[in-house]
Design a protein around this ligand. Structure first.
Ligand code: GLC
Length: 544
């Protein structure tokens, strides 16, 4: 059986990581420059979000050639070099496979436009003379209808995301064969893992029926055929490679499906990302409305997903990524408890069961940038949402406030390397503004400080790798009030307990009930045996 719990994955958003040629955009050579830094942190794999050829309407998730590197990031030689240099440091590279859709600038789509029947069958095209009403009422994840009329097709094509991201027709076996070829190409190059973008929405039946909820998710999410497709591509490409790791991004998914996606016996994927715990600050499921986060529901979701997948599936555990605002700004309190809340959430992901994923900048406690004007935003989803809210007559100040909390750009600002110009990311003005707090929060000021967030992460990573109880042990939750998450991790000879206060209030708790042998983690200087301080994280080794 593959060991997955002692692997630590670092998600890297290359456009904002390091700019080596001073054009304002991060690049592959920039990543190579920083490999020693990543090795020092102690991670095993780097998931790099798409660096393939792309018009970048959705920051590279709109790929026009899966086997070519976008020149803004560098060349194929740079990729070969990256793979080799990473390997020298025992780091594998994981690539992002965006297979639900392809850019309308891809050869496949262009040939379809030119009239090729073969390539038209790569997409969901519905012929129609009605140019006003789409084939059905499904909506795009980025706002508006999930369809676009194309004169050259004399009909509509399906696009669940941006209009330039056309959904690929997985129903057509030739499409699946093409995608397998792409995977084999990268496997041959020495890539060690794939992250599959929104992979649970690939199973469209080809029949487009109006949805009662006027959204349509239930028609294309987690369809039974997705399991068949995953088994097929697993067998045809990565399935038999011993040390290869796959993770699927699952949109609005269910536990039952995630067990199937990630149970080794099913031979689909190694693990799953689900997002339910990152929606507890949505108001009635609506992202673009601010609401304080619901701790109780967060705790319930963490607990349920951990227990239900225990022995039956495998979670990728994470709280940050390139689509999510920074967790310390979001569920923590960066004004009063920046260090405590950043390290508290870190301790949660490094002591749960699953494979921990961290996102660039998280390891130094980077926060949301608190942009103040709409022209600071770059993200297509955020700009569409801004326009939609404005069209509804909402006050611009309120809209900007919502974006400053919820926008995906909150996590996409340049990596803060030092306190010099542009945070050391680039000599020229970056493609998106640097967060104003880079003088206080940056790598250089933390790397040699034993009490920094960075060194806290290093310590957690080491602890995780040295303790079987953490990477392989069972998990058992202990009842407590809503502000505390408490669980034991156990192997045959060792037992650890994590006591985590997810609130900004001190909570009474009898720590002495655990006969502890050692304090492994504490983000405060002291331990009070009768109470847990705001955002305090404790990991204790206890008598078994
Ligand atoms: C995933 C990506 C996101 C992208 C979307 C469409 O959710 O993480 O960044 O916009 O898929 O590809």
């Amino acid at each position: 059986m593959k060991k997955l719990g002692n692997k630590i994955v670092y998600e890297l958003y290359p456009i904002s990581f390091m700019d080596s040629n001073n054009d304002g955009y991060g690049d592959i050579k920039g990543i190579i420059e920083k490999l020693d830094y990543l090795q020092l942190l102690g991670i095993d794999l780097i998931w790099i979000t798409p660096i393939f050829k792309s018009p970048k309407n959705d920051n590279g998730y709109d790929i026009s050639n899966y086997c070519e590197i976008d020149q803004s990031f560098g060349t194929m030689d740079d990729v070969d070099n990256l793979i080799e240099e990473a390997k020298k440091r025992n780091i594998g590279i994981m690539f992002d496979m965006v297979f639900n859709h392809v850019s309308t600038e891809s050869e496949w789509f262009k040939k379809a436009l030119e009239g090729s029947k073969k390539y038209q069958d790569y997409f969901y095209i519905v012929k129609s003379n009605d140019k006003v009403n789409p084939p059905c009422n499904w909506v795009s994840k980025f706002g508006g209808p999930a369809w676009k009329y194309e004169e050259k097709f004399n009909g509509w094509y399906l696009c669940l995301y941006d209009k330039t991201q056309a959904d690929l027709k997985w129903l057509n076996p030739e499409v699946r064969e093409e995608l397998v070829k792409v995977m084999k190409f990268w496997i041959d190059k020495g890539i060690k893992g794939f992250r599959f973008d929104v992979i649970n929405v690939i199973g469209k039946s080809g029949k487009f029926i109006n949805a009662e909820d006027n959204i349509g998710k239930s028609f294309y999410t987690d369809q039974p055929i997705v399991h068949k497709y995953l088994k097929e591509i697993n067998k045809a490409s990565f399935g038999n490679i011993e040390d290869f790791i796959t993770v699927g991004e699952m949109s609005s998914t269910t536990i039952e499906n995630c067990i199937l996606y990630s149970n080794p016996k099913e031979k689909e994927l190694d693990m799953v990302f689900n997002f339910h715990h990152l929606k507890v600050d949505y108001k009635n499921g609506e992202k673009w409305e601010n609401k304080p986060w619901d701790k109780k529901e967060f705790k319930r979701l963490i607990q349920t997903w951990q227990l239900k997948l225990q022995d039956r599936g495998w979670n990728a555990v994470f709280l940050n990524n390139h689509d999510q605002p920074r967790i310390n700004s979001r569920y923590g309190n960066v004004k009063k408890y920046w260090f405590e809340s950043s390290t508290l959430f870190a301790t949660l992901i490094f002591t749960l069961q699953g494979t921990p994923f961290i996102y660039q900048g998280e390891e130094i406690g980077m926060t949301n940038p608190y942009f103040e004007t709409i022209d600071q935003y770059r993200d297509v989803e955020s700009i569409n949402a801004f326009n939609e809210m404005k069209a509804k007559g909402m006050d611009e100040k309120l809209i900007l406030e919502i974006l400053s909390v919820k926008s995906r750009d909150n996590s996409r600002t340049p990596m803060q390397w030092n306190d010099r110009k542009n945070a050391g990311f680039s000599d020229v003005k970056p493609w998106i503004d640097v967060a104003k707090n880079y003088k206080q929060i940056n790598v250089e000021s933390q790397i040699n400080n034993p009490n920094s967030v960075f060194n806290f992460y290093r310590k957690l990573i080491k602890l995780r790798k040295e303790n079987e109880a953490l990477f392989e042990g069972k998990i058992q939750f202990i009842d407590s009030e809503d502000s505390l998450i408490i669980f034991k991790r156990t192997t045959f000879n060792k037992e650890l307990v994590s006591i985590l206060n997810i609130s900004d209030q001190e909570v009474c708790y009898d720590v002495k009930q655990f006969k502890y042998i050692d304090i492994l983690v504490n983000n405060y200087k002291e331990i009070d045996l009768k109470s847990i301080k705001p955002f305090q994280a404790l990991v204790l080794e206890i008598e078994k």
